[in-house]
Design a protein around this ligand. Structure first.
Ligand code: ADP
Ligand code: MG
Length: 302
C-alpha cells in the first residue's frame, strides 16, 4: 500500500475544515470573539507506552493527551492534525490505530484535518486545536485562600501501567492507563469558576507545583481527602493508593483552584483536596494538619 492509498484508506478527512485533507494546508474558520487554543504532543514507542500496547490504545492516547491539554484551558476541541511515522504499513495496526483515534475525535467533535506520513520508528504526533471564549484557563491565577480540587480519582493509571507491563491488559486499572479519558466537559464548565487549572499528567504533586510556581503561591494537600478508587485500594492498599494519587502519572484528570465562595457543588465527580496558601511550597498534611515527609520509600509522618 503506497502512502497516498494509506492516507485515503485510514485518514480520509472528517468534515470540519474549510479546506482539509488532500490539499497543501488545512484552512479553518475561527469565529469572531473566540481564541484558538493549540496543543501538541508526541508519543514514542517504548517511551510513552510499553511494548505490547495495543494499536487502539496508541491511537486513543495520541489524541486523548492533547484533548486533556485543551480541557485544562477550557477550550472546546474542534480540529486535529496527525504526523505519523511508521516502520511498515501494517494494515492490521493501521486499522486498529485509526479506528480508536477517530472514534475519540468524533466523540468530542474534533475533526482530523491534515497530517503527514513518513517511514521510521513508530512515533505519533497529534496537534489539537480548540476554541475558547475570553481568556481561557491558565496555570497562573491561583490565589491564597482558593480551594484545590481534582476532577476525579487519581492513581489508577500508575497502577495500571504496572499491570500492562506484566501483560495484564484487561484489568480496570490497566484500561485506565491504556484509554485515558480527557475531562473536556469539566474544563469548559470551569470557565468563570476556576482561578487556575492544569491536567494531571506527571502526578498531582508535580503538576500542582507548576500551578503554584506559575501563580507565585504555595499549596497544601490533605492526605486523607485524596480521592482513590476502590479498585486501586483493593489492588495496592489504602496507603499506597494515596501515594500513587500524589505521584503517579498518566491520570489526565483536571486539577483546579477556585475561590472558597465558588459554586462547585454541581461539578459532579470533583473533590476538594486542599488549599492555596502564601509561600512557594506544596506540602501534604496528615489528618491532624501536620506536614508529612516524602521519603524514598513513600510518605511518612515526621
Ligand atoms: P505535502 O507533500 O504537500 O506535505 P502530503 O503528501 O504530505 O502533502 O499529504 C497530502 C495530504 O494528506 C495533505 O493534505 C496532508 O494534510 C494529508 N495527510 C498526510 N498524512 C496524513 C495523516 N497521517 N493523517 C491525516 N492527513 C494526512
Ligand atoms: Mg507532507
Amino acid at each position: 500500500m503506497d502512502e497516498f492509498a494509506l492516507i485515503a484508506t485510514y485518514f480520509a478527512g472528517d468534515d470540519g475544515a474549510r479546506v482539509g485533507i488532500g490539499d497543501d494546508a488545512a484552512i479553518i474558520d475561527v469565529p469572531p470573539g473566540e481564541q484558538l487554543a493549540i496543543a501538541v504532543d508526541t508519543i514514542v514507542d517504548g517511551r510513552h507506552f510499553p511494548p505490547g500496547t495495543p494499536a487502539s490504545a496508541i491511537g486513543h492516547r495520541a489524541l486523548a493527551v492533547n484533548l486533556s491539554d485543551l480541557a485544562a484551558t477550557g477550550a472546546r476541541p474542534r480540529w486535529y492534525t496527525l504526523a505519523l511515522t511508521l516502520p511498515t504499513a501494517d494494515e492490521a495496526f493501521l486499522h486498529e490505530f485509526s479506528c480508536a483515534l477517530r472514534a475519540l475525535g468524533r466523540r468530542f467533535g474534533c475533526a482530523l484535518i491534515g497530517g503527514d506520513t513518513t517511514r521510521g520508528p513508530l512515533t505519533v504526533t497529534v496537534q489539537a486545536m480548540g476554541l475558547v471564549r475570553g481568556e481561557g484557563l491558565r496555570r497562573a491565577g491561583a490565589q491564597p485562600g482558593d480551594r484545590v480540587y481534582v476532577g476525579r480519582e487519581l492513581g489508577d493509571a500508575a497502577a495500571g501501567l504496572a499491570d500492562v507491563q506484566r501483560g495484564r491488559l484487561q484489568t480496570p486499572l490497566a484500561q485506565r492507563f491504556l484509554l485515558p479519558e480527557p475531562q473536556v466537559e469539566l474544563g469548559q464548565r470551569l470557565l468563570g469558576i476556576a482561578n487556575a487549572a492544569i491536567d494531571v499528567s506527571d502526578g498531582l504533586l508535580a503538576d500542582l507545583a507548576h500551578v503554584a510556581r506559575q501563580s507565585g503561591v504555595g499549596a497544601e494537600v490533605d492526605w486523607h481527602r485524596l480521592p482513590v478508587s476502590t479498585e486501586l485500594v483493593e489492588a495496592v492498599g489504602e496507603h499506597r493508593a494515596r501515594e500513587l494519587a500524589l505521584t503517579g502519572g498518566d491520570d489526565y484528570a483536571l486539577c483546579f483552584t477556585a475561590p472558597a465562595s465558588a459554586d462547585v457543588a454541581e461539578l459532579a465527580g470533583c473533590t476538594e483536596i486542599g488549599r492555596i496558601v502564601d509561600g512557594d511550597a506544596v506540602t501534604v498534611l496528615d489528618e491532624r494538619g501536620r506536614a508529612m515527609a516524602q521519603r524514598a520509600d513513600g510518605y511518612r509522618h515526621f
